[in-house]
Design a protein. Structure first.
Lengths: 271, 271
């Protein structure tokens, strides 16, 4: 990846990934201070909840990115787009899983991605309340850091069969009509169907604990950081047409540990 | 509660609760060693998965209970019933949430309850991968111990309205027909519907982060430990007829932070 270097003249992919990981960790630590504390919850136009913590944490992240990479663009969930004509754009979700956050549920994450020429090159899934994180670079692989600080390469499972697959989707309620029937049929066909998770399930897939994910209604700030984590660990992540995801993708995502499993699930989903 | 004293002549409710908490912690720590490690998963007659860890951990718990309370009965998920004619019976679930356990998902628990004359008097929800726990005694209240070791009294929220309620159920797939429609209607009526969780959501309700839980297909070892945790924190937990739960209950459970919310949800569920 040349882009961060050419855009700033200063940094390598490795340094940029380290910056991203450190920033996500700091931001997540800030969000954690509000977790399980009394808070006001607003409901936005798209019905997603937002807290004061979402806004504070995104501001912290935007300020840090602007200081280090003034030539880069930023796209965040709470404060929108800035400098979107730049080749390198950071995509920020301060609290992915706000519904978890507001129900005391520790599975919410802080997401940070760097996209260059439309491709997601670096992605961080930081889980503040679990003290776990995945740092993915498409070019250099995906690292998982456990609660005890140990780091290891993340690698997807070899699962190729639906009947063996551990399957996650955030909520059946997000699917309607014919699509709902198809997703329920997949849930019946797999080994273990599970619900919930938001960004965390992409990390679990990268580490080989989950084999298949199908979701819809996602925004770029929900999935851009997950792409390098999944691809760096050897997994397949596309839209429901089987095409690579980018900032313009429509919010339908399918992820599998192998191309075979991806094809089989896609067949059932779009038959 | 007189029963543990009268059955052994030796111990108080407080000492018995401490024994239960320490045993659940030791057992959970044992289960944690197998978490995210390669494992064989069997599927039992009721389609629930079981691992070697389930069996080892239950054995450890049964041995410890038999040594300390030789006159008590034991009912466990994996090894069944022993001494069920005793007044005091321990109810054991070594890994509640085996589907979580086998998908690398840290929200699974080790459950331990002491029932006397059919009532659940002491309950422990131990969350080994999160290092959190709730220790509930109906008579003396519920303690929450956080990852950093701090302990505080758990207290339910004051939520009385469905439209404000944070609602959890493990999976919509467990409900069928008219019941599925009613549970989905409740999911639409609440503030935040959420899926997944097993025993953990009962702890979150006790601590005021969740307001309403509706589940079915549960076994006594799934819910007996949650009763003292919920009731000790001031919440309401019954079957779908509004009756107290006991070892003979049919597996349908409804839990609410207040009697008002409990009545409103029960109205919609059984209209």
């Amino acid at each position: 990846m040349e882009s961060p270097i050419s855009a700033t003249g200063r940094v390598s992919l490795t340094e940029t990934a380290e910056f991203a990981a450190a920033l996500a960790r700091r931001a997540g630590g800030h969000a954690l201070r509000s977790f399980r504390e009394p808070m006001d919850v607003e409901v936005k136009g798209d019905e997603s909840p937002v807290t004061i913590a979402d806004r504070e944490v995104e501001k912290l992240m935007r300020d840090a990115i602007r200081e280090r990479f003034p030539g880069h663009g930023i796209f965040g969930e709470e404060y929108g787009q800035a400098g979107m004509d730049a080749d390198c754009i950071w995509v920020v979700d301060p609290i992915d899983g706000t519904r978890s956050f507001i129900t005391g549920w520790p599975i919410w994450g802080t997401l940070l991605a760097l996209t260059c020429s439309g491709r997601s090159e670096i992605g961080v899934i930081e889980m503040p309340a679990l003290s776990e994180r995945w740092i993915g670079t498409r070019a250099q692989g995906t690292l998982f850091e456990a609660r005890d600080g140990t780091r290891q390469s993340a690698r997807v499972s070899g699962c190729t069969q639906l009947s063996h697959a551990r399957f996650y989707t955030t909520s059946l309620l997000f699917f309607e009509g014919r699509t709902r029937e198809r997703v329920e049929a997949i849930a019946q066909a797999v080994h273990t169907p599970r619900f919930g998770g938001d960004c965390y399930i992409y990390g679990l897939l990268a580490s080989g604990h989950v084999d298949l994910i199908i979701e819809n209604r996602l925004q770029p700030y929900d999935f851009m950081a997950t792409i390098p984590v999944v691809e760096g660990a050897g997994g397949v992540i596309t839209d429901w047409a089987g095409q690579p995801l980018d900032m313009g993708s429509g919010g339908e995502v399918i992820v599998a540990s192998t191309p075979e499993l991806h094809a089989r699930a896609l067949d059932m989903l779009c038959a």
